[in-house]
Design a protein around this ligand. Sequence first.
Ligand code: CP
Ligand code: NVA
Length: 309
Amino acid sequence: MTRHFLRLSDLTKDELDALLKRAVHLKARQKRGIPYRPLIGKTLGLVFEKASTRTRLSFEAGMSQLGGYSIFISPKDSQMGRGEPIKDTARVMSRYLDAVVIRTFAHSIVAEFARYSDIPVINGLTDSHHPCQVLADLMTIIEKKGGYDGMSVCWIGDGNNMANSWIEAASILGFELRLACPEGYRPDEAFFKEAASRPGAKIRMCDDAVEAAKDAQALNTDVWASMGQEAESTERRKAFAGYQINEAVLKIAAKDAIVLHCLPAHRGEEITEEVMEGRQSVVWDQAENRLHAQKAVLEFLLTKGDERQ
Ligand code: CP
Ligand code: NVA
């Protein structure tokens, strides 16, 4: 059966642990300049309906480093934008490509694509999940903190796609996750309850940023208005006042806490310039780790264990 990577819960705990270890290994290998090209002759398609800097570039660069090739296509320049059904596009793409990364709006679009696809489908961000980003975030925590076991992570801001992927990560891996999201912008209740009730899960919704940040070892946030929500920006700016990672919040967290942001960031909204550029910010390493984590995903989906070095 074709494996897809649409959300973190598509992986078991063992697979997720192993994949992150592999990402660290592939990064070290790349830094030492040792070539590793298990994907020679393979082609990755990238179908992006929303803007992207990191996801697109890191997948294209990663595919090239692994010896493969990638093709970018935007729905508006293809028959997808003229209404060709997803199920037809999925079956046709399966005949040309070896895997496909999709960035789109509704999660149901990638789910439907995957249902009809004979090749692995990777979620490059939907309105509900951003699993590739959270892989890179977890990898950054491993590098900076030695691992996520026993970690206390805090999420301040929107209960959006990033928050959902963090919730799944915490429910699979068992580290503590405390979230502070304004009323009306919390993650879907049924989804949250299910993840939080998983055996070993330590996930909690807090009343405010102070409660969520108390002694946290990693502070995490994202934009207040995601792609597709631009019209709500003014309203959201009001609702999210008090949900900012700033010096005051940083003081409440553990002394050596790290600050994560998936980027792009809106300085002065969800995070201050001071914190973004401060010594506890790890956002540039986090962005780099997209490359290494996604190479591990491509390797996982497109090679057999005995081909891996
Ligand atoms: N973090 C992230 O997914 O960035 P892009 O939107 O630039 O791909
Ligand atoms: N929540 C943001 C993440 C961008 C990488 C968005 O969906 O726009």
